[in-house]
Write a protein that binds this ligand. Structure first.
Ligand SMILES: Nc1ncnc2c1ncn2[C@@H]1O[C@H](COP(=O)(O)OP(=O)(O)OP(=O)(O)O)[C@@H](O)[C@H]1O
Ligand SMILES: [Mg+2]
Length: 348
């Protein structure tokens, strides 16, 4: 049924199917959709089965505020598919939305999707099957670290190595790239979501206040800081008093959030150090010259670049539009695939 719906699709597309955000890039047009990877599900009339009520921005605006019969879920977890059926529905919804904007496509598209390098064969298969079920003619998977490097404009085909660290919602991917391939890739399931969780736990244990995911993320974006030189002032938050159950407002400050995040940020630094230790000496020399490039929404955490610079002694640079790098890089990969420049680590 859906292949009929997509029969007017022709331009090839790239999808960054992220834990936090899904971004769709269409060849020749750039990024044309950027929405949270969230789906609101409601009970069918009669109480049997569930149906989709909202997707993307609409679903995110319901987060934490839904009545009992509606739930907002994030079908991607830790960068891979946690709920196959809902992910497939979400991809279909986004592709349909993109296609209906300007009747963009006339034949089913080739879709490039990125996957975390630590994902299993089963998880990769699930992503591929979802896109095929959504009506793709052909699906190519590429590693997220490679997509991030391409999107950040790093000279991936050069003989001089570069390092990219993509900090998303679910995973932090560390990649060292030389001569068009990943010389080293590692993925840890510690990134933006973990930061939010640590902030929530801190607010509950230190201030006795229960807060929702959206508030935790707001704290991170408004006063989150990874380095003392980037601490900013206070931020007022509201939640429910854990003991009396009443609504309450308190002020939190940058310093306490930075201290609470110490261990989590240390784990990211450890992943970077491991990559540096595993890099062949000739390439280490290049990294000294070229430094580290940060991509993904996590790269926007204040002072994270300074912290990594201090801990590694290397230059650290935040890519332009870090949230869009992976999607743009998947778009570049579309061209490479069309030209048969197959040195990209394409995944079967
Ligand atoms: N200004 C900011 N400061 C700190 N974190 C931010 C900021 N803006 C966005 N983020 C965080 O970036 C993360 C989302 O980044 P991104 O869209 O790159 O992830 P994703 O690609 O969906 O996830 P993944 O790659 O792990 O599957 C979220 O955790 C979000 O809270
Ligand atoms: Mg990502």
């Amino acid at each position: 049924m859906f292949s009929r719906l997509l029969s007017y699709f022709g331009s090839d597309i790239a999808i960054d199917l992220g834990t936090a955000n899904t971004i769709v890039y269409v060849k020749g047009r750039g990024v044309i959709l950027n929405e949270p990877s969230m789906v609101a599900l409601g009970l069918e009339k009669g109480g049997f089965g569930k149906r989709i009520i909202a997707v993307g921005h609409d679903a995110k605006s319901m987060l934490g505020k839904t009545p009992g019969q509606i739930e907002v879920i994030r079908p991607m977890k830790d960068g891979v598919i946690a709920d196959f059926t809902v992910t497939e529905q979400m991809i279909k919804y986004f592709i349909k939305k993109v296609g209906s904007q300007k009747r963009l496509f006339s034949i089913p598209p080739t879709i490039v999707i990125c996957v975390p390098c630590g994902s299993t064969q089963v998880e990769r298969r699930a992503i591929k099957d979802s896109a095929l079920a959504a009506g793709a003619r052909k699906v190519e998977l590429i590693e997220e670290a490679m997509a991030a490097a391409l999107g950040a404009g790093l000279p991936v085909s050069s003989a001089s190595a570069s390092m990219v660290v993509d900090i998303g919602g679910g995973t932090t991917e560390v990649g060292v790239i030389s001569l068009g391939g990943l010389v080293y890739a590692n993925s840890i399931r510690i990134a933006g979501d973990k930061v939010d969780e640590v902030i929530s736990n801190h607010i509950r244990s230190k201030h006795g206040l229960l807060i929702g995911d959206t508030t935790a993320e707001d704290i991170k974006k408004n006063i989150g800081s990874a380095h003392q030189t980037t601490d900013v002032g206070e931020f007022l938050i509201r939640g429910r008093n854990a003991y009396q159950g009443l609504p309450k407002e308190i002020a939190v400050n940058s310093v306490e959030i930075r201290e609470a995040l110490g261990d989590t940020l240390d784990q990211m630094i450890t992943a970077i150090r491991q990559a540096l230790e595993a890099t062949p000496p000739e390439l280490s020399a290049d990294l000294f010259e070229n430094g580290i490039t940060l991509t993904g929404g996590g790269a926007l955490l204040r002072g994270l670049d300074t912290l990594i610079r201090e801990e590694t002694g290397l230059k650290v640079n935040v890519a332009e539009e870090p949230l869009l790098c992976v999607a743009k890089g998947c778009g570049v990969a579309l061209d490479y695939i069309a030209d048969n420049r197959l040195y990209l680590n394409r995944i079967k």
